[in-house]
Design a protein around this ligand. Structure first.
Ligand SMILES: Cc1cc2nc3c(=O)[nH]c(=O)nc-3n(C[C@H](O)[C@H](O)[C@H](O)COP(=O)(O)OP(=O)(O)OC[C@H]3O[C@@H](n4cnc5c(N)ncnc54)[C@H](O)[C@@H]3O)c2cc1C
Length: 388
């Protein structure tokens, strides 16, 4: 069987669907080709099932890329306000959870249904259970799925990154980019829990489930949010955020009591200086079990001003050298990807191969935690959808 369209969009996730809607609205005959049995599986599991679909404080600084300016243009031309207008047009109830993060009140299904409805209205053809095995470019692009052939003058790759292979993530997009001679920035897990080295794990992993507000620093970036201790290491928003900046063998510095001085009380000459007094102070700032464990493993060598200052310094800059990350199985995104030098920042079209576009997570643009990755998917999808 053979189909001919104006554009083929490989991948029916957030970026591919937005691209299809924008192109379809302009009268283009577009096909979304999705290998899974349904569209937008990642949308459905996102944000704990409520989809953190954008962030109202979205700036280029919220994205990592080897070219920090690349995302500016697309983000400016499709903003959180544009997506919110779409959500409101469909009467989807939503709320701001924290730090500008917008979530569905009911379910992520609302967002997927909205995109499916928009696709229908824009006349987009959807092909499910259709895995593209090979793509060649003759006069047009020819994409082969078993014995079905699709041809079009434009091909948009929206096949996502490597995170969560169990719901179907593959290296297809990177392989295709390589096939056409485009450079790739090494893909690596982002927004991912960290695994502690054996020493730190033996000291702290028994505290699994305990959390505290911390500041975590690495690579010139810092995030002040919650940290969670896990059975194998560290997680929670502060850690997920900093993980995107971390590469082995760097050290992450963690301030366990940001903005507070644990030993302030000891400036009073009448204050008793002993373990029990310090424990009382520390328990004001950290959960009890964490405070006690920290004291056990970091007992001051003496009770001099110098020793207390050292204790204070250490708790504000705990050096953590993770053994690694939990990998793509647990990573919310894939950092790295198709090198932005290869693409137009206005249209996402390849500079080398006219008609070939890359959008969404497969591109070397990675958002912070908090709705930024979807905003990139909408914005890059819209940029390509307006161009094809
Ligand atoms: C657990 C989890 C929670 C998340 N929560 C949030 C959140 O709340 N907010 C946020 O902003 N971001 C969140 N993210 C990140 C966000 O989901 C992704 O950044 C976003 O979905 C990327 O969109 P995409 O369209 O580029 O790729 P994807 O959504 O991964 O879509 C790619 C599609 O391509 C299909 N495909 C792959 N290969 C082929 C092929 N050969 N042929 C045809 N089809 C193919 C896949 O089946 C898939 O449907 C979360 C991620 C995870 C894993």
């Amino acid at each position: 069987m053979a189909y001919s369209f104006d554009a083929l969009i490989l991948g029916g996730g957030a970026a591919g669907l937005m691209c299809a809607i924008e192109a379809g609205k302009r009268g283009r005959r577009v096909a979304v080709i999705e290998r899974a049995d349904r569209l937008g599986k990642k949308i459905l599991i996102s944000g704990g099932g409520r989809c953190n679909f954008t962030n109202i404080h979205c700036w280029p600084e919220n994205f990592l890329s080897s070219n920090p300016h690349f995302a500016r243009s697309a983000l400016a031309r499709y903003t959180p306000a544009d997506f919110i207008a779409l959500v409101e047009k469909h009467g989807i109830p939503y709320h701001e959870k924290t730090l500008g993060q917008l979530f569905c009140d009911r379910s992520a299904r609302d967002i997927l249904q909205m995109l499916e409805t928009e696709c229908r209205r824009a006349g987009v053809r959807i092909f499910l259970n259709t895995r593209i095995d090979a793509v060649v470019k003759q006069n047009e692009f020819l994409a082969q799925a078993g014995n079905v052939e699709f041809t079009a003058p434009a091909l948009v790759v929206a096949t996502g990154g490597l995170s969560i292979p169990k719901i179907g993530a593959t290296a297809f997009g990177y392989d295709l980019a390589r096939q056409f001679g485009l450079a790739i920035r090494q893909p690596r897990p982002g927004l991912v829990p960290l695994v502690l080295n054996a020493d730190d794990c033996s000291r702290y992993c028994d505290l699994a489930g305990v959390s505290a507000e911390v500041s975590a620093w690495c690579g010139g970036q810092s995030f002040r949010e919650k940290m969670l201790i896990t059975h194998r290491g560290l997680s929670g928003p502060a850690i997920l955020q900093i993980s995107s900046y971390w590469e082995k063998p760097q050290t992450i510095s963690i301030d366990l009591v940001p903005g507070s001085e644990v030993t302030a009380a000891f400036r009073n000459p009448k204050a008793a200086r002993n373990l029990s007094a310090l424990r009382t102070e520390l328990r004001k700032y950290l959960p009890l079990r964490f405070a006690d464990c920290w004291l056990e493993t970091n007992t001051p060598g003496s009770w001099t001003n110098h020793a207390l200052a050292e204790f204070e310094k250490h708790i504000h800059s705990w050096p953590v050298s993770p053994a690694g990350t939990e990998g793509f199985e647990k990573a919310e995104v894939t950092a790295g990807g198709v090198d932005t030098d290869e693409l137009s920042d206005k249209t996402m079209e390849s500079r080398k191969v006219p008609g070939l576009y890359f959008i969404g997570e497969v591109v070397d643009v990675t958002g912070h935690l908090g709705g930024f990755n979807f905003q990139w998917a909408w914005a890059s999808g819209a940029a390509a959808g307006r161009a094809i």
